[in-house]
Design a protein around this ligand. Sequence first.
Ligand code: ADP
Ligand code: MG
Length: 139
Amino acid sequence: MTERTFSIIKPDATERNLTGKINAVIEGAGLRIVAQRRIRMTEAQAKTFYEVHKERPFYGELVGQMTSAPVVVQVLEGENAVAKYREIMGATNPEQAAEGTIRKLFAKNVGENSVHGSDSQDNAKLEIAQFFTEDQIVG
Ligand code: ADP
Ligand code: MG
């Protein structure tokens, strides 16, 4: 089924000029970038976005990292886009990520791991709505 997922190219990646290389992996996997914008995430946006992790010990570090440099927020569309993007992102910790995945190729460590991808269709809808209006998504 064609569906959408939400992606963020994180500060560690934009700082190293990896946006194009990451987009090449995304497009190479058959996912279409149907919306994309480079922004500086505010502290409020980062806190809301990662609210589910607010009790975790790395929450402060995570919010600090996400606001440290520009990010690229994206909507990706394709067959089973949520699961497919999780697969090509690779494991959260790049040391455990499979060969050829974005995190294996580019991530620095478990915190600075280059990309975010939604973990369910429900979360994809909520995350997309935090950053895009429907008219900004051109499928
Ligand atoms: P994922 O991004 O793979 O869905 P999680 O939802 O578990 O992973 O965590 C959200 C983000 O929090 C991760 O992508 C990473 O940037 C950060 N993070 C997760 N675990 C750790 C950790 N043990 N130490 C530091 N940062 C972490
Ligand atoms: Mg997650």
